[in-house]
Design a protein around this ligand. Structure first.
Ligand code: NAD
Ligand code: TYD
Length: 354
């Protein structure tokens, strides 16, 4: 199939593009605005493949979308283009509203206009997969998990914008018959993740001998999934999911933030011991909490496991070790980012200003 992947120069998008080019026969057009979070270096290994092409542009640009769709003539879309960092959404929600809500709306319009022009056989196979997050469901107490019927209760500007986009996608399925699919996934980690997110931030700060900032007491819980497991799930849902259905994706790997950071420190102690017998965990520092910090996320992924046969392959401990090794072996990738886009400063404490 010919697939337009949006946001393919980001963390999960680039892993998906590498997977689609290396492991399937699909042809991919990557449409990406190249925001601060993008890196074309993450796609170097596929950039010369004849089944891969790149267009620099925004999903908010309807005229561009029309041109790209007319030329590429896709059999489906996988939408990953988004502003994704909760802390940045606290500092400046405008880009989140523009891309996550208005951009998704523009993309739906472009997809719907295209589907209506397709012959019946291609229309029957067409899919619009919208990639979303478990954060739309809000915050859990000590027990329970998010399942597909959990009511939406987003709490941050980021999760509210993703929730809005999910509702738009669902509405286009129900009202216009667009063959949509929605996935809601837990926190991802792995190679090529932008170092504003907890795991790469702590690896890079630890290597620099800087304090590792833990918000609050570090007792907030996230359910971690290795990025390659997520992209296999996305490919499975795109190829075999039932239109107008939602699939939750998660790795059954709930961890308190403090335990995640201690695990990273333990792996670093083995792979790159500090001078003088010091331990990386000595760098852990408790800092002011994130405003509105969700306590706990956990995903019940039994539907995708039972109906589509997907399951995660990477355990949390093995995934963290592989991730730490990747950051040790790919300093050029993240040093470029530190030099140009982000120096590891604290984000998300300001009041919203635009
Ligand atoms: P990311 O921030 O690493 O990458 C986002 C990409 O989208 C970047 O390449 C950026 O340039 C591009 N982009 C932003 N605005 C755009 C626009 N207007 N038009 C075109 N491209 C644009 O994000 P990620 O972590 O790879 O997340 C990808 C998707 O998966 C997002 O929709 C996110 O909500 C969702 N998700 C992420 C996680 C996670 O843990 N990272 C978990 C569940 C779901
Ligand atoms: P993050 O990687 O920003 O993902 P999300 O907010 O989408 O879950 O944060 C993961 C968890 O780690 C979250 O509970 C906030 C916390 N955190 C810290 O304690 N320190 C940090 O420096 C960052 C970036 C996050």
């Amino acid at each position: 199939m010919k697939i337009i992947v949006t946001g393919g120069a980001g963390f999960i998008g680039s892993a998906l593009v590498r997977h689609l080019i290396d492991e399937t026969t699909h042809t991919v057009l990557n449409l990406d605005k190249l925001t601060y979070a993008a890196s074309l270096a993450s796609l170097a290994c596929v950039s010369h493949n004849p089944r891969y092409s790149f267009v620099h542009g925004s999903i908010c640009d309807s005229a561009l979308l029309e041109r790209v769709v007319a030329t590429f003539d896709p059999d489906g879309f996988i939408n990953l283009a988004a502003e994704t960092h909760v802390d940045r959404s606290i500092d400046g929600p405008v880009a989140f509203i523009d891309t996550n809500i208005n951009g998704t709306f523009r993309l739906l319009q472009a997809a719907q206009a295209h589907v209506e022009r397709l012959p019946t056989d291609r229309r029957a196979r067409f899919r619009f997969l919208h990639v979303s997050t478990d954060e739309v469901y809000g915050s859990l107490g000590e027990t329970g998990k998010f399942h597909e019927a959990t009511p939406y209760d987003p709490r941050s500007p980021y999760s509210a914008s993703k929730a809005a986009s999910d509702h738009l996608v669902s509405a286009w399925g129900h009202t216009y018959g667009l063959p949509i699919l929605i996935t809601n996934c837990s926190n991802n980690y792995g190679p090529y993740q932008f170092p504003e997110k907890l795991i790469p931030l702590c690896i890079i700060k630890a290597l620099a001998g800087e304090e590792l900032p833990i918000y609050g007491r570090g007792e907030n819980i996230r359910d971690w999934l290795y990025v390659d497991d997520h992209v296999r799930a996305l490919t499975t849902v795109f190829e075999r999911g039932i239109p107008c259905q939602t699939y939750n994706i998660g790795g059954d790997a709930e961890r308190r933030n403090i335990d995640v950071v201690r695990r990273i420190c333990a792996v670093l102690d083995t792979l790159r011991p500090r001078d003088g017998g010091k331990h990386y965990a000595d760098l852990i520092s408790f800092v002011a909490d994130r405003p509105g910090h969700d306590a706990r996320y956990a995903i019940d992924a039994s539907k995708i496991r039972a109906e589509l046969g997907w399951s995660p392959e990477q355990s949390f401990d093995a995934g963290i070790e592989a991730t730490v090794k990747w950051y040790l072996e790919n300093e050029d990738w993240w040093e470029d980012i530190l030099a140009q886009n982000y120096k590891g400063e604290r984000l998300g404490l300001k009041r919203a200003h635009g």
